[in-house]
Ligand binder design. Structure first.
Ligand code: XMP
Length: 503
């Protein structure tokens, strides 16, 4: 069992960031709803949040966490919740304090080990503490907050956000909390994760068989390798060729998983089935719905032959949080995701070995497992594939044109060393033709749009600033080499207001 920190979520936009920083510091962190009472933890962190402790219905921690006898760190609202619980006074701030402030350290404390006496921190709060509860003392202040860091035995509160990048020594402070206050040993590494994930799959699946929908994306690929290590020939990864994949995508998956890793990869040729189901369909949401259903149908058919009792899925931590109702008072819900509905319908038991990982952690695991960069360094690719990149009605001809253009685009990005600086890049085939001239001939062909964005998580994004000569090279090659395209445009819309995909 790994030592663990519980992060109680009071609705801050930074809750996940806290968990992530803790894990970067080699301690396992798990997020729970604000009123959860965690067991077997070495410490608890109370996140910030948008509420005010005196508001009716304000989220407050279960009082029993204060008698668990483990160190607690309250951040911003979490600090106010501590003060409120112990009988101090929190006042509605007349003006919000937002931005940078200098933290002045007033007394030596394990929490401040190695920090400068004056260090830059990031504030973002409305309410502030007016009166400390009995037994608490202020151990650091800022110009506007006399109680910027408070303490009582092993209970700490900080008014600022140590988890954000703008707090210069925030990570150091969290490290001190973990190692000097909670006495962590730092056992959470990706190698130890691999070991425990393999063990878990083994112990769960036992002598039965398991299937997995392998897309070649990093999540399902990592889940596949772990499963293969755990149960070997009783593991049956299934790859569905929907006809909506990129150029050479199937070949690459076969090369890596069947040829190189020796997996018993089932490849289902379902292009015709998908394309005929999509015939004449123009509406993006309708396309998604049809593809989702078709996928389940095809997968189910194939999986039945294997006699599997278990479905292994590469669901990540953020996927789980987004689809769960138990966490946090403020959470946005994403609708498009994963192979929803499979386990219930097929009566398969679900195993999710990556359920506690973040995307960058999965990438690290992928490297440890020896997966090639073509898998772990790959841009995200949407479940419905090229169906949402051929705008309007889908035909095989249009898909082929798009595949060729897209392959050239990506090849050029790699050639110019830009691929890894871009979060996601692809071509979109527009449902319009425009006039051009080639040699002495008039042409009347499709327009392709290039999309390339930088982003942290896909929720917001900005268009990538290309050097013009790279755009020129891409455009020239696409128009010269792809039959059916005579015009290339570049999408310069950020998200919001645009979305990354065009449909
Ligand atoms: P948007 O277009 O919503 O995309 O800005 C954000 C990220 O999500 C991907 N995306 C999808 N992924 N099923 C998926 O699995 C979908 O239906 C879907 N639609 C968009 C998109 O590629 C981008 O990475």
């Amino acid at each position: 069992m790994h030592e663990k920190i519980a992060v109680l979520d009071f609705g801050s936009q930074y809750t996940q960031l806290i968990a992530r920083k803790v894990r970067e510091l080699r301690v396992k962190a798990e997020i729970f709803p604000y009123n959860h009472v965690p067991r077997d933890v070495i410490g608890i962190i109370l996140s910030g949040g948008p509420s005010s402790v005196y508001e009716p219905g304000a989220p407050l921690p279960d009082p029993s966490i204060f008698s668990l006898n483990v160190p607690i760190l309250g951040i911003c609202y979490g600090m106010q919740a501590i003060v409120h619980h112990f009988g101090g006074k929190v006042e509605k701030g007349l003006k919000r304090e937002y931005g940078r402030a200098y933290l002045e350290i007033l007394s030596d404390d394990p929490l401040f080990y190695g920090l400068k006496r004056k260090t830059l921190v990031w504030m973002s709060h409305g309410d502030k503490i007016e009166e400390l509860p009995p037994g608490f003392m202020a151990i650091a202040r800022t110009e506007n907050s006399p109680y910027a860091v408070i303490k009582h035995e092993k209970i700490y509160g900080v008014q600022f956000h140590p988890e954000v990048h703008h707090t210069e020594e925030g990570k150091k402070l969290l490290e001190n909390f973990l190692y000097r206050v909670c006495n962590a040993k730092g056992t959470w590494t990706m190698e130890s994760f691999v070991e425990s994930a393999v063990r878990e799959i083994k112990e769960t699946v036992k002598d039965s068989h398991a299937v997995l929908a392998l897309s070649g994306g990093v999540d399902s690929s990592v889940a596949a390798v772990l499963a293969e290590r755990a149960i070997g020939k009783r593991f049956h990864p299934i790859f569905v060729d929907t006809g909506l994949l990129r150029k050479n995508e199937k070949e690459e998956v076969v090369r890596v998983f069947r040829d190189k890793m020796g997996m018993d990869l089932h490849v289902v040729e379902a292009e015709e089935e998908f394309l005929s189901a999509l015939k004449g369909v123009k509406d993006p949401e309708e396309k998604r719905r049809i593809i989702g259903h078709k996928f389940i149908e095809v997968f189910e058919r194939e999986a039945e032959h294997t006699g599997a009792e278990y479905l292994i899925q590469g669901t990540l931590y953020p996927d789980r949080i987004e689809s769960s109702s138990v966490i946090g008072p403020s959470r946005t819900i994403k609708t498009h995701h994963n192979v929803g509905g499979l386990p219930e319908r097929m009566k398969l038991k679900l195993v999710e070995p990556l359920r506690e990982l973040f995307k960058d952690e999965v990438r690290r695991v992928a490297r440890i497992l020896g997966l090639p960069e073509s898998i772990w360094g790959r841009h995200p690719f949407p479940g419905p594939g090229l169906a949402v990149r051929v705008l309007g009605e889908i035909t095989k001809e249009k898909l082929d044109i798009l595949r060729e253009a897209d392959a050239i685009f990506i090849e050029e990005l790699r050639k110019h060393n830009l691929y890894n600086r871009i979060w996601q890049a692809f071509c979109v085939l527009l449902p319009v033709r425009s006039v051009g001239v080639m040699g002495d001939y008039r042409t009347y062909e499709y327009v392709v749009a290039l999309r390339a964005v930088t982003s942290e998580d896909g929720m917001t994004a900005d268009w990538f600033r290309f050097p013009h000569d790279v755009l020129a090279a891409i455009s020239t090659r696409i128009v010269n080499e792809v039959r059916g395209i005579n015009r290339v445009v570049y999408d310069i819309t950020s998200k919001p207001p645009g979305t990354i995909e065009w449909e």
